[in-house]
Ligand binder design. Sequence first.
Ligand code: ADP
Ligand code: GN1
Ligand code: MG
Length: 367
Amino acid sequence: MTTPQTLAKICKAFQIPGHFICGEPYGSGHINGTYAVTVDQAGQRIRYIFQCLNTTIFKDATGLMANIENVTTHIRRKLEATGAKDVSRRVLTLVQTCEGACYLDDAELGFWRVYLFIEGGRTYDLLETPEQAFFAAKAFGNFQSLLADYTGPRLTETIPNFHDTVRRFEKFRQAIAADPMGRALAAGPEIEFALRHEALAGCLLDLQASGEIPERITHNDTKLNNVMLDDRTGEGLCVLDLDTVMPGLSLYDFGDMVRSACNPVAEDEQDVSKVVARSDIFEALAAGYLTGTAGALLPVEREHLAIAGQLLTFECGVRFLTDFLLGDTYFRIHRPGQNIDRCRTQFALVDSLKSQADTFMNRVRAL
Ligand code: ADP
Ligand code: GN1
Ligand code: MG
């Protein structure tokens, strides 16, 4: 973990006036190291988000930062053109280094970026109400709408084949065969579940290959704690975590919202009997996403909203399981067994989504 002394040093490398007061780990992301840093500026305490990028996972860190600059610039211009209020709370703002770059790449300190801290909003690991689901999904849908006319340079694929579930399944099979930690035996029921559901893996890739669903610029990591809701109005405020914004499918974005929002308990809950796909949340997500994407979704995309939830939940479960088998090198863990627990909740959610598939589809059709 990065010490306050190191954060103070990083602070000096960016165009941040005033002096460093304190900094501590922030949020519950699994990949990057995120810190909230407080600075005294002429007697006011101002916060910033400092992030150390995981460059083992994001191998093309400079390409990734170029994506974020291009995407945030495009969104900012569009918001300004429509006279939106409070633009610096509605889109992430990168702070430049003293040299005028949008990141610091330092042999000793690592790869860092700094964002203005968006005040007056919060992210949720667990959703409480359908209203929150509606506004979160609307914000992700609107994010996609804002990028629909993006004409800048083609965005870098920051993690190639990120949602290629078939390839991910192949990696999973290799992990079972290699079993470097000797954990396959302990994960017997989960491995069996995954193998039994393999057919799910290709469902969206097949539709894309046949040209039935289009590639768009999508977020690709629409977990609920990657969108801020406004404390005052409850509405969507800002879409965060732009590391995986790249060409993808709308259904990936919707599917991951279903995965992260429908479950009433934590992603690593150990009592899987508590896992259930909440139908009122699903319906609110669908309504919010259809509102945010403002008519852009094709009928075939609408018809696959429910299966997308199953697919993305399955994919994530397979990823957690693979990481458990390989020794927890991808998703940060805070206790042994956390990745297999995460896998179990995902698979329990797949079961619940499957058993309610018809109801969920009827809800979408009625919207
Ligand atoms: P990770 O890639 O590790 O998931 P995120 O970019 O999602 O990192 O950031 C982790 C958490 O930090 C978010 O869930 C959110 O609560 C908070 N956060 C991120 N950026 C900001 C920001 N600009 N202002 C306020 N909070 C933020
Ligand atoms: C990771 O970075 P974070 O914590 O928002 C992961 C997602 C997973 C999610 C599962 C780049 O998201 O793909 O769905 O964990 N991000 C990356 O909680 O792999
Ligand atoms: Mg995140």
